[in-house]
Design a protein around this ligand. Structure first.
Ligand code: ASC
Length: 129
């Protein structure tokens, strides 16, 4: 891919920062901290879904040498990392599908939980600390 290794690190960090924002909007509703707003939830799910497959191409071999939050296992266990990425993309797609028609928070809770589990599982194995 074009661009420097540093640019790849920055790109994937920006994308995951956006994930965190969108996930946070939905999380507040799921936790009852904010009222369920179907349109806002749907918009956040759509945005997350549009970006879900984007960070992974930025874990280039060259970027393994850059300072970042990524553990070396991203590259030494590349197949497992790829599987986690695919699980995340699938979980987000399912959440987006649920959000498209959900009339209340109960209709999105399970799918949201699956996405959160996917975040955590990948971070546990592939992100430092
Ligand atoms: C967040 C965040 C994560 C996920 C994860 C969900 O807000 O930054 O990495 O949620 O904690 O389990």
């Amino acid at each position: 891919p074009a661009g420097s290794a540093k640019a790849d690190v920055e790109a994937r960090e920006q994308l995951m920062k956006a994930f965190k924002e969108d996930f946070g909007v939905m999380g507040k509703m799921v936790k009852g901290e904010t009222a369920y707003d179907a349109a806002a939830f749907k918009a956040a799910a759509e945005k997350l879904n549009a970006n879900a497959d984007k960070p992974w191409a930025h874990y280039t071999e060259a970027s393994a040498q850059e300072e970042s939050e990524a553990k070396p296992e991203v590259w030494s266990k590349a197949a497992e990392f790829q599987q986690e990425a695919e699980k995340f993309v699938a979980a987000v797609a399912a959440l987006n599908t649920a959000a498209a028609t959900a009339e209340n928070v109960d209709a999105v809770k399970a799918a949201f939980g699956q996405v959160g589990q996917s975040c955590k599982a990948c971070h546990d194995s592939f992100r430092k600390d």
